[in-house]
Design a protein around this ligand. Structure first.
Ligand SMILES: Nc1ncnc2c1ncn2[C@@H]1O[C@H](COP(=O)(O)OP(=O)(O)OP(=O)(O)O)[C@@H](O)[C@H]1O
Ligand SMILES: [Mg+2]
Length: 416
């Protein structure tokens, strides 16, 4: 029997006692002894009643404390729901929105009070609507749906990629259920994955391109070996042998040997040139500034071009190998272009360090590049190669050219 029943019992007993007492008072003085006994019992009952009342008061106090604690907990959960970083939404089984938290209202770009009563389908990206309806129609058969990639279409905003979890909440008394939706915004993740996919595809293209470039270069080298060095050696052999066999006099032999030694000198230059094209050893040994300076002198000697050197980069300073190789290859290509195409009086090479970068400039005062020529750049491997190389080390390439004025190529490579 709980405290309330006990109290009720006591009250009923007291009521009965009161009636009896009343009757005895009405009957009068004949039964004085019985009246006293009844009064005694009545006062005991009063005592018990006050104890029961006290117990009830304590019980009420406990109940109130529990109610307050429950209320506090409830508001804490409401806060968690309201300010959670993910979008939470409660809907009926047809997907009609009943309640949303702040994150959800932000995701749908609609105030929470305007979402209640609206079908969630309104905010589903058009291509996903069919799947959304199918899932919703069959949802009664399952308890939860997890990791469902569903695209949302907020009002007047870009589509959002979300990962959804749905929990079915049964309401046994009403023989129906509600749906508790959790939307996690994964748009950034999708964007990063897409960027990764594109850069992987680019990398594949680049590496294919690199392989074909290496093959081209090998072919050019083998042709150079055959055409230049092979032929020069054959000439040398042909010029020396019969002359020696003919037993010419000392003066004639001296002249032949002088020509031969000149030819050998040229062959040595070609070999040095080829080995430099394969891998600029000088670059490895001495660094960027010295290798560029050496090559400038060599090209001036070979072509007779006027090349001015403006190197302020600390001469012995070394940089990461990819940076040195990239800048050296760009220098080679741009200088080669200037010598081959520009018809310039002077070519100026500038190499300087500043703002955590190395700047390499190849400027000529030649004929300039026809803009239409630059547009067809895919046909020319030189320009494309320079751009790809600098991109690979996170640098930039700038080309400025004016017809009749000249061309300037500037490569900027970051250094840490
Ligand atoms: N400094 C320059 N002055 C004038 N024209 C130039 C200069 N540099 C390049 N060009 C023009 O731009 C074109 C593209 O140059 P690019 O280096 O891409 O190809 P290329 O030198 O013709 O061939 P490759 O470098 O593949 O041997 C050249 O054919 C030339 O017409
Ligand atoms: Mg070129």
């Amino acid at each position: 029997m709980d405290k309330q029943d006990k109290l009720k019992n006591k009250l009923q007993q007291m009521q009965a006692q009161m009636i009896m007492l009343n009757e005895q008072v009405n009957v009068g003085g004949e039964n004085q002894g019985g009246l006293y006994a009844d009064l005694e019992e009545f006062s005991t009952l009063l005592e018990e009643l006050s104890v029961a009342e006290e117990e009830l008061r304590v019980q009420n106090e406990e109940l109130e404390n529990t109610r307050l604690a429950v209320e506090k907990e409830r508001s804490r959960y409401l806060e968690l729901f309201e300010f959670a970083p993910d979008g939470y939404l409660l809907s009926d089984k047809f997907g009609i929105i009943l309640e949303v938290n702040q994150a959800m209202s932000l995701m749908l770009n609609t105030p929470a009070e305007r979402l209640g009563g609206k079908p969630l389908a309104l905010f589903i990206y058009s291509e996903d609507k069919k799947e959304f309806r199918n899932k919703l129609n069959n949802i009664g058969a399952v308890e939860t749906i997890e990791n469902w990639d569903l695209r949302l279409q907020p009002k007047k905003k870009e589509m959002i990629h979300s990962r959804v979890k749905i929990t079915v909440k049964h309401k046994p008394t009403e023989k129906t259920f509600e749906l508790f939706w959790m939307f996690h915004n994964v748009s950034d993740l999708v964007e990063i994955t897409e960027m990764l996919r594109v850069s992987e595809a680019n990398l594949k293209l680049l590496s294919n391109d690199l392989v074909s470039r290496i093959e081209d270069e090998k072919m050019k080298l083998s042709m150079d070996l055959h055409d230049h060095i092979g032929q020069a050696l054959t000439c040398l052999k042909l010029s020396i042998r019969p002359n020696i066999l003919m037993n010419k006099d000392y003066q004639e032999q001296k002249e032949i040997l002088e020509i031969a030694s000149q030819q050998i000198g040229e062959i040595l230059d070609s070999v040095a040139d080829l080995s430099l094209r394969l891998r600029p050893q000088l670059l490895d040994d001495l660094g960027l500034a010295k290798a560029i300076s050496w090559r400038i002198k060599q090209v001036m000697k070979q072509t007779g071009s006027m090349i001015k050197e403006n190197i302020t980069l600390e001469i012995a300073k070394r940089f990461d190998t990819p940076v040195e190789i990239t800048l050296y290859r760009i220098f080679e290509e741009a200088l080669n272009n200037a010598v081959k195409h520009a018809n310039a009086n002077v070519i100026t090479i500038t190499l300087a360090e500043g703002d955590n970068a190395i700047k390499l400039t190849i400027a000529d005062n030649g004929i300039g590049i026809d803009p239409s020529e630059l547009e067809k750049e895919s046909q020319h491997s030189g320009f494309t190669g320079m751009k790809e190389r600098i991109n690979m080390i996170g640098g930039t390439l700038q080309t400025t050219s004016k017809l009749g004025i000249g061309t300037t190529i500037q490569a900027t490579a970051p250094i840490i």
